[in-house]
Design a protein around this ligand. Structure first.
Ligand SMILES: [Zn+2]
Length: 740
């Protein structure tokens, strides 16, 4: 007991590599798999190459994909999903049976687009599911199609906790993609995916080239060799925790050069009894056991520190301590951990040391959850820093044992807790020096308080917590520093979000207003009473969201300076309807998180024609391009889906047959000016004189002295919500629906 190592170590083919090679995230190796019964007809063992990308093992083999034993077999097929047309899909049907084709026809009667994945069962194949994707023929540089297909398959597989997939070489054969480009793009997609999803469920990807596809197989061989030559950043990551440098390092703690080495041991300090203390005993020599026996004859109590000299180790002191098993709650393991870390730091401070190295305390056989360990480390270090502003102890290493099976999980928990971005870069020639990150933000004050508003102004720089491609693991600036990527991703939302968005659409629908009013002209003749949501997608555009977050931050700043939340719609004196925002009333609060009513942030509908949506998703709204509008040039939004539906098609080209789209956007309204009458606004009016073109310098009408938005609440059927700065809006969801 007392060891931090996991007793089970996975056999890894990289074990015979040198230490240096082991520290890279990308590994290559060659192995020849034993011929399996299903391959006997080939009369030769399959040649197999593999490269390790993070935790994903990517193997390249020659053989028959239909015979692969994987959770998911991926099939490249025509967009009409006719499986009889390609050699690969034909072979799948031969082995898997007609059920696969039948399922395609039934569930995807219209086929699929290049951005979609059709999922069927595996029939008689040795897989659970088949993912069908479609690629266009090769034209100049449309390798993006491969990236899209790969990313869609991997993202979907991850969502369903799939562990293994088999891919054909995408675009090979009659689609005519050049070998070098398709191999490069496929492998790069895996690298990019792994970078975004460190803790993915996917463990194995097999790319199966048919035995006639020698040239593409050789291209994969070349590419995997290249990958093996590149070195990722790996190694160490450093960040500031207060004034203290925290360095998260992969390796073996006994090899760490430092002043103090922290080691867990059994309570009786018999070093042979724990894996980590045993390795210390071996590295330091038997004198260290003698020192323990002489100075601590009754061992060490939980939470206390037993300090010895280091003998043959590369440090000055070794601090031993003992932790109870995580499940022994009667020993209060969390408190013991806190006490032990704090005591180590205090002792290192009193020993006038500069460098201390901790293992990932308790995360091995003692089963402490990695996030508990990381949170405890972080808070102990922070408290220590606050208490000893002038300490010499400026460098804290946290050494993640690189051969433990939970190494990645633990490392990721640390990087997340200390807010370090990993920055795995494929084409890095050698390891750069560790980057120093700005200090992590302090904890968020209680929501609704002026301190909270200013905190939001200063520190809010993350995508929403539920974004899945460009998620909150990185700041918006970090995402936006990555060059060479698409401006946005259209992401399939979870069932839960889809249900919640559909609920808002349905419950804000007002049938009696269909076709009413000037903008509803032509709809009455279509004879429909409701609309049905068929698809909900999320626009993840970090550049656009960064602008939005900046604007939201300014509004928080204003609320912080004014020391009060803004008046809510419904509490304001003017207006005819004078009620709360309808969409917000209907929004499921457990789904629509990261929304701030304190600054009047609301989800609202924006009706627009389908062909304008890609532009909006790329660059956001552009008020300068607004047509003549009743209340001035602004982004117009609505709290009723009926209103948004009026703008889904031209008045002269109304129809009920084609699917339509609308956007559910976030709008940060800030301080709201309510108007009951028709008036054109150049900008939100001044709070002192209520003029939109106020020029009185004492009114500060271009700063905190003006309203931030206008809500039209008159005798019209619908209220309208107007933002005069496009940055006040983020178009988050694209809703596809049908008039029925
Ligand atoms: Zn004024």
């Amino acid at each position: 007991m007392g060891d931090v190592f996991s007793k089970k170590e996975e056999k890894s083919p990289t074990r015979n590599l040198t230490q240096g090679a082991r520290n890279t995230n990308l590994r290559i190796n060659k192995a020849i798999s034993k011929s399996t019964p299903d391959l006997l007809e080939d009369q030769k063992p399959r040649r197999r190459k593999f490269v390790k990308i993070g935790n994903i093992k990517v193997s390249i083999i020659q053989g028959k994909i239909a015979e692969e034993n994987a959770d998911v077999i991926v099939n490249s097929v025509n967009s009409d999903l006719d499986l009889e047309t390609g050699r690969g899909s034909k072979a799948l049907v031969e082995s898997g049976g007609d059920a696969i084709q039948k399922e395609c026809r039934e569930n995807y009667p219209g086929g699929i687009t290049e951005n979609e994945v059709a999922v069927t069962n595996g029939g008689n194949l040795k897989c659970r599911k088949v993912y069908h994707v479609t690629l266009p023929k090769w034209e100049d540089n449309n390798k993006q199609a491969i990236t899209t297909a790969m990313t869609n398959c991997l993202t979907m597989a991850d969502q369903y906790r799939v562990t293994s997939l088999a891919f054909p070489p995408f675009g090979s054969g009659y689609l005519n993609y050049p070998d070098d480009i398709l191999t490069d793009t496929m492998l790069q997609s895996v690298v990019d995916f792994e970078q975004l999803f460190h803790s993915t469920s996917i463990e194995s990807i097999v790319i199966v080239c048919h035995r006639t596809q020698n040239s593409v197989f050789r291209a994969f061989e070349r590419k995997t060799r290249e990958l093996s030559g590149t070195v990722s950043q790996g190694g160490s990551h450093s960040c500031k925790c207060g004034n203290i440098n925290v360095i998260i390092q992969k390796g073996t703690i006994t090899k760490q050069r430092c002043d103090v080495m922290v080691i867990t041991a059994s309570k009786d300090l018999k070093l042979r009894n724990g894996a980590l203390s045993k390795s210390v005993l071996e590295a330091a020599g038997p004198d260290i056991q003698t020192a323990c026996d002489n100075n601590y004859p009754s061992g060490v109590d939980y939470g206390d520190v037993a300090a010895t000299r280091a003998y043959k180790l590369h440090c000055r002191f070794v601090y031993f301590g003992s932790l109870p098993d995580w499940k022994n709650t009667s020993d209060n393991p969390q408190q013991v951990l806190t006490d032990f870390i704090t005591n180590c730091l205090e002792k290192a401070h009193s020993h006038d040391t500069k460098y201390i190295a901790f293992p990932t305390l308790g995360t091995g056989a003692l089963k402490y959850p990695p996030d508990v360990m990381t949170k405890t480390m972080e808070s102990c270090i922070r408290k220590f820093d606050l208490k000893h502003g002038d300490t010499k102890l400026q460098h804290i290493y946290i050494v993640v044992f690189d051969r433990s099976k939970d190494c990645m999980v633990v490392e990721n928990a640390l990087l997340k807790e200390f807010q370090v971005s990993r920055g795995l870069t494929l084409k890095m020639p050698s390891a750069p020096p560790p980057s120093v990150e700005p200090s992590a933000p302090p904890e968020s004050p209680a929501p609704g308080t002026p301190a909270f508003f200013l905190w939001m102004y200063n520190y809010q720089d993350k995508p929403p917590s539920y974004w899945s491609i460009f998620g909150p693991a990185k700041s918006l600036k970090e995402w936006n520093s990555q060059t060479k990527r698409e401006p946005y991703k259209l992401v399939k939302v979870t069932r839960q979000i889809e249900t919640a968005v559909s609920k808002i659409v349905e419950e804000t629908w007002i049938p009696k207003y269909v076709g009413k009013g000037r903008d509803g002209a032509g709809l009455e003749d279509l004879n429909y009473t409701k609309i049905q949501v068929t698809k909900v997608e999320r626009i993840e555009n970090t550049e656009l969201f960064e602008k939005y977050v900046q604007m939201r931050g300014k509004l928080f700043h204003k609320a912080g300076v004014l020391e009060t939340p803004f008046d809510q719609l419904g509490d304001l004196p003017s207006g005819v309807k004078k009620r709360k925002v309808f969409t917000t009333v209907k929004a499921d609060k457990s789904v629509f998180t990261d929304v701030y009513p304190e600054i009047n942030e609301h989800y609202l509908f924006h009706g627009t024609q389908e062909d304008r949506i890609p532009t909006i998703a790329t660059q956001g709204f552009d008020i300068r391009l607004t047509d003549k509008a009743m209340f001035g040039a602004a982004v117009y939004a609505s709290e009723s889906s009926t209103k948004a539906d009026q703008y889904a098609d031209k008045k002269s080209e109304r129809d009920k047959s084609k699917p339509k789209k609308m956007i559910l956007l976030r709008m940060a309204l800030g301080e709201i000016f309510v108007t009951e009458t028709e008036k054109k606004f150049a900008r939100p009016p001044c709070k002192s004189c209520e003029k939109d073109k106020c020029t009185d310098s004492t009114h500060n009408s271009s700063g905190h002295g003006s309203y931030d938005s206008v809500v039209v609440d008159g005798s019209w059927n619908f209220r309208e919500f107007l933002a005069f700065d496009a940055a006040q809006c983020y178009p988050e969801y694209v809703i596809t629906y049908q008039r029925v």
